[in-house]
Design a protein around this ligand. Structure first.
Ligand SMILES: NC(=O)CCC(=O)C(=O)O
Length: 294
């Protein structure tokens, strides 16, 4: 256990609901400012939203894409500016940082990629969005990430000083199998950088987060960018932390801000002892297979 870890099963989590604009340098410096603020307020794990360095939309991904040459360790000279900026601020603040996601270019293909960093600034791992958003609601909303992006094929969980954390990105929330796999790996907190929208968000965002938390009896947080009705894509906002009982602990409205939630890990064991569904799984009748290596 690292020297800065406290002997407690409870820690503060910060969800940064960032207002994302079209200038990448501004997005990066504003994100770093918010991480500093969250750390000064005692947060141990800090998370940013999906596409925090670029406006969300398939028309933007190629222009904003960066390389992530190594998937673990200190970012080398070939790492993109977002990777370096995140590593630097995680180290400066001594926090675990889930760097939302950024558009990534790798061997001529594009990905929606989340990088997580330890308090020493080292990359703990990379998650490339596994399920790509494909939404067509006639007359209301249409976007297809697969037109531009390729899907990732690995999951990411990593150990902090307090608990194992699992990572998904936005549309991955619609595939609860991912959350179940993380539960089986021993994760007690799942973080989903996201950008639902004003069409699907009002009905599905909270429902999916709470469902995942209640079904797997663990903490789940969704981290959105702030809503900007002048942008081409209207993010829903409403970043939230939900506990293992399926209750929303804390949530934002649609505006920029930092949402702080206390993650009391003893709640996981308490809820699991009250309703032992984890132990009651009928693996003799069905299975979930984790085919990824990390
Ligand atoms: N960025 C996304 O994956 C959006 C997913 C979404 O809005 C949905 O309804 O699903």
């Amino acid at each position: 256990m690292a020297a800065h870890a406290e002997a407690t099963s409870s820690f503060k989590l910060a969800l940064i609901q960032l207002a994302v604009g079209s200038d990448k340098a501004t997005n990066l410096s504003r994100a770093a400012e918010k991480v500093r603020e969250a750390a000064q307020n005692g947060s141990k794990i800090v998370a940013l939203p999906e596409c925090f360095n670029s406006p969300y939309g398939t028309q933007y991904f190629k222009d904003y894409a960066e390389e992530v040459p190594a998937e673990t360790g200190q970012p080398g000279p070939g790492a993109g500016e977002s990777c370096k900026a995140l590593s630097q601020v995680a180290r400066e603040c001594g926090v675990f940082l889930v760097g939302g996601s950024i558009p990534e270019v790798r061997k001529g293909k594009y990905y929606n990629t989340s990088m997580s960093f330890g308090p020493d600034g080292a990359l703990l791992g990379v998650f490339r969005k596994v399920h790509l958003a494909d939404v067509n609601i006639p007359g209301k909303l249409r976007f297809r990430e697969p037109d531009v992006l390729s899907p990732g094929n690995k999951f990411l969980s990593f150990d902090t000083d307090w608990c194992k954390v699992g990572i998904g990105i936005c549309y991955d929330l619609r595939f609860p199998e991912l959350g179940s796999i993380y539960g089986l790996r021993g994760c007690k907190l799942l973080l989903y950088p996201g950008a639902f929208n004003t069409v699907t968000g009002p009905v599905h965002w909270e429902l999916l987060i709470r469902g995942l938390a209640a079904n797997n009896q663990l903490f789940v947080a969704g981290i959105s960018s702030a809503q900007d009705l002048t942008a081409s894509y209207h993010a829903w906002g409403h970043s939230m932390l939900c506990n293992p009982w399926g209750k929303v602990v804390v949530s934002a409205d649609e505006k920029e801000g930092i949402v702080y939630g206390e993650v009391d890990l003893s709640e996981v064991d308490r809820v699991r002892s009250h309703i032992p569904v984890t132990a009651q799984k009928r693996w003799d009748l069905y299975s979930i297979t984790d085919k990824t290596s990390t």
